[in-house]
Design a protein around this ligand. Structure first.
Ligand SMILES: [Fe+2]
Length: 135
């Protein structure tokens, strides 16, 4: 499976958010590169838990920025974050039972969700944040 690539076109114009996106991509790429690594060092659910914890912290940070600056599409954006939390949670508990590595289907879900989310959903606030002077 291909790793996720962060390019300039992935920039949402807010340095802290770009930095968090890169960290999240790095965590998912680590799993894509070596899905069996999880079973060698820690349990699969620990590795996935670490990644989802970071994702949720990042969502909270992003949501605060949206709410504080009265971003008009924050409600629907927050819904997307909630949907990620639900679907990934379901995938993770199913995966916790299987300790043979991280299934391709889960990696595919993480990779596609994050790529779509950054390029479409997050990108929608870029111009707004720039107008508001959020850097
Ligand atoms: Fe987001």
């Amino acid at each position: 499976m291909q790793e996720i690539i962060w390019a300039e076109k992935s920039s949402v114009g807010v340095a802290k958010l770009d930095e968090q996106h890169k960290i999240l991509i790095g965590m998912i790429n680590k799993l894509i590169r070596d899905p069996q690594a999880a079973t060698r060092s820690e349990t699969v659910s620990d590795v996935l838990g670490e990644m989802t914890d970071y994702a949720l912290k990042h969502f909270a940070y992003e949501e605060n920025l949206m709410v504080d600056s009265d971003y008009p599409r924050s409600k629907e954006h927050i819904k997307e974050h909630l949907a990620f939390r639900e679907t990934t949670g379901k995938f993770c508990s199913a995966t916790a039972i299987d300790v043979s590595g991280i299934p391709e289907m889960l990696l595919e879900h993480l990779s596609q969700w994050l790529t779509h989310h950054i390029l479409e959903i997050d990108m929608a606030y870029k111009a707004f944040f720039q107008e508001q002077g959020v850097r």
